[in-house]
Design a protein around this ligand. Sequence first.
Ligand code: ADP
Length: 650
Amino acid sequence: MTQPLKENREFQAETKQLLDLMVHSIYTNREIFLRELISNASDALDKLRFEALTNQTLLEGNSNYEIFLIPDEATHTLTISDNGLGMTYEEVIENIGTIAKSGTKSFLAKMEEAAASADHELIGQFGVGFYSAFMVAKKVCLITRKAGQKDGVRWESTGDGTYTIETCEKETRGTTIILTLQEEPTSDDHPSETFANQYTLEKLVKKYSDYIRYPIKMNFMKEAKPLDADGKEIADAPATQTTEVRTLNSMAPLWTKNKSQITQEEYYQLYKNLFHDWEDPLEVIHSKVEGQVEYTALLYIPTHAPFDFYQRQSTSGVQLYSKNVFIMDNCEELLPEYLRFVRGLVDSPDFSLNISRELLQQSSQLKLVGRNLEKTVLKTLENLLTKDYPKYIKLWQEYGKALKTGVYSDFHNREKLQELLLFPSSNSSEELTSFKDYVARMPENQTDIYYAAGKDRTQVERLPQMELLKEKGVEVLYLLDRVDEFAIEALGSYKDKKFQSISRGDLNLEDSSDQTKKESSELNKENQSLLSAVKQELTGKIADVKISSRLKSSPVCLVSGDNGISLSMEQILAEMDNPLYKASRILELNAGHKVFNVLKALYENQPSSEEFKDYCQLLYGQALLMEGLLPEDPIAFANKIATLMTDANK
Ligand code: ADP
């Protein structure tokens, strides 16, 4: 395709906003732009190396992979060059002019929020990559040529909302980025340093990019005096400028060293480097295993989940290496989905470099490593829970929901996972409780673990079904996350203690004494014909009507049958576009309530009267409302209440 000579284009609106944030530098440490650009270069080299496995011609006869930094203090520029895969014209527009990330809108909203509150840690989650160049440069010029293609592309912008793009010649494959630097010093602490200074750059590479797997080279300008025959400097001879190519990074993968030789700072730097986080991780797991499969794993638990962690299609964050050489990103077989928040890498000599993804996925060795990793992570979580509870709570707040989904998606480790779960409960308004602690507090005669599901604590605490349990001092777990009830259902019981919803079936409260039970069963018998009439009136809406043994001051409540899904699960499934799953609804009436007597009188007076029918519908509507559900015909419901209100004041 022939491209127009030179195009003037506008950044996508969201990108403009992002650029604006960059230019008005919301970050305190602008120096990280270098890490970002070097890491992009390294990614491009990875991609080329991978593609070249099956297409050697892409290398164009040069199989050296390298990154070059060319600072120039005189012109105040810094050039960062790689001979990686490069980009085509369309790819430049696609990648550099737009933010290709999911949920761009919410991303920006959060960004701005973070900028406004100057919450740099929060900003750190966003990894703005290429755009960080505009923190230090007043102009950015990108020249790139995709490996194997003829034409190059030149892209240029001053970060003002527009850019130009044109085809150009470029001899070598890959990408060169020329930054025309702002006049400002690198930081307030070092007023004379600039990002075009070779020593500053050397320091920054050591600090942030030491473990990049490709050499980061720079021509060092040196003033040197000529040497005499013994190799000593001739003191009185005039100095001359010489250049020397130096590789700035050690390229030694940290994980191959012994644990004892690695500092925490080194672990953290590598993490930030590899996973574009700006914040230290919460936990590091480094393990070497020799057995059926030999491998080293270096795993991290990030302090914060990415802002869109629970929305997007999840990808695993574990990279796979073989003998220090990168094979692939996001190797899904290495950790189950519920642990997708864990980032890190696995390096194993047992995997070959040019194995295809498909073959790799079938590899039993990979599965074995995966199972081991899962165990290792679970063990770490267990240790945190028992030995560093405050840290565990932080982790739980970020990833608790993911762990809960593990209970119903991962059968093998259910036993271990259930010990890691925490829930709010009626026991304390602040602290969460584990099943183990709940059981430890259970009175001897209590056989079940009680729970109530709802949208929030206030709603659950006011459920009519809660009243009796509260009065009896029975602790109730609050399931407030949409995944909770599914997890509890999947577990069924904890160490022989059945999970019992307060809105389902028989509550089985020991000390609600046989007396109450007997009473309610007698009452049910006594009122059999009334109950049948109510049921008849609500045909198609409910499965049964009963006299309740769980109500105190409310006239009615809705509970679900012992089998099948619960009412709150039904709501969640409906929100997830599964409206066909319905809970079986049982309407329970409180025989001790005045309304019951009115209903009974109406029935006895004239069973088929409109008034009796209205009362049935109204009671059902109320029960729905208390569960957070709308009556099926809200207008009819409202009209009936209006009539009732006028009748009452006639
Ligand atoms: P990220 O690296 O997080 O995807 P960036 O904004 O840093 O976000 O980069 C956007 C995209 O531009 C990259 O995903 C990559 O496709 C492309 N890109 C950036 N730098 C280079 C480079 N040096 N060589 C090839 N492609 C690059």
